[in-house]
Write a protein that binds this ligand. Structure first.
Ligand SMILES: [Zn+2]
Length: 311
């Protein structure tokens, strides 16, 4: 294929998910607001659907009821016949796929307790449209930084709620405690959604986006807390690593601190860029932080077929 991607068909159906995790409240509040008054998220020629993805978890103020909704969109569970003991979130996942499986873009709104600032989560390094969108969001947010976390690892990738769309977009903003609303975090998330929708509108109007590159942080592994034989945590994130998401952690640098005051150094053989450092929801997943490496992706020149033109 030539260096021009497209002309692609316009994107017509977009969903905005809040409450995929019921205790990540920025997205819950924004989506409920847009369900009442959606003028802010409507764009000409586009159907934008705000949607609370896990209403039972939202009502209870918890991450999930039976199991993590953001991990069950794999073929096995989506194809599961509905038995009586089916977890709530598996049934919900099947319903969400039925409703949104043909959507072009899903913006899935999350908060993290980690100091990650504005972050976008990319599932494929081949998705030129999203690479272009993320560049656009970054430049629109500047000078506020906006980082991109790439989760295309063959064994670490998980079956996200948004993965049913052609172009799945994770929007992750922190730090914000679970069950808490902070105005600064809410406003950052709101801006990211605005810029994402603006990009889609410009793309549909036939605006051309030149070839671009995008720096991303690609997941390479997960690091668990040191644990006792019974599985309990034996050390905490070291103060010098706390809040240092996206910054290099070099071999030998302090990583954990034991209750005896001993420092446990990072035992990798090369620097990594930690993300999701001390994320509250990941204690149960055995993850103190994720290791990433910096990679530069490129995207071809992009423009859509203007509406009404021949394919
Ligand atoms: Zn989440």
């Amino acid at each position: 294929m030539a260096s021009l991607l497209g002309a692609q068909a316009p994107l017509t159906r977009v969903a905005i998910f809040g409450g995929t995790h019921g205790n990540e409240l920025s997205g819950v509040l924004l989506v409920k607001h847009w369900e009442e008054d959606g003028a802010e998220v409507q764009r000409p020629g586009l159907r934008v659907t705000p949607f609370i993805s896990n209403p039972r978890a939202v009502q209870r103020g918890v991450r999930y009821v039976d199991c993590d909704l953001n991990r069950v969109f794999d073929a096995a569970r989506l194809g599961q016949e509905p038995p009586e003991d089916r977890p709530y979130e598996v049934g919900r996942a099947q319903e969400i796929r039925r409703l949104f499986g043909a959507y072009d873009v899903i913006l899935d709104l999350h908060n993290t307790t980690s100091n990650m600032g504005c972050a976008l989560i990319l599932e494929s390094s081949q998705d030129d449209l999203l690479i272009q969108m993320f560049r656009y969001i970054q430049s629109s947010l500047a000078p506020t930084p906006c980082f991109v976390y790439l989760i295309d690892h063959p064994s670490l990738k998980y079956a996200t709620t948004r993965s049913i769309a052609k172009h799945p977009v994770g929007i992750e903003v922190g730090p914000q405690p679970q069950g808490v609303l902070r105005a600064d975090i809410l406003q950052q998330m709101r801006s990211m959604v605005k810029h994402a929708l603006d990009f889609i509108q410009f793309f549909n109007e036939g605006k051309e986006f030149p070839a671009c590159s995008l720096e991303v942080y690609q997941v390479t592994g997960k690091v668990d807390y040191p644990r006792k034989a019974n599985g309990e945590i034996a050390a905490v994130i070291h103060p010098s690593l706390q809040d240092q998401d996206w910054k290099p952690l070099r071999p030998g640098e302090p990583t954990f601190l034991t209750l005896d005051g001993a420092t446990i150094p990072f035992d990798g053989d090369a620097p990594v860029y930690p993300v999701f450092v001390n994320e509250a929801a990941y204690y149960e997943k055995g993850e103190a932080f994720a290791k990433t490496r910096r990679v530069t992706l490129t995207a071809r020149r992009l423009n859509a077929a203007p509406a009404g033109s021949a394919p």
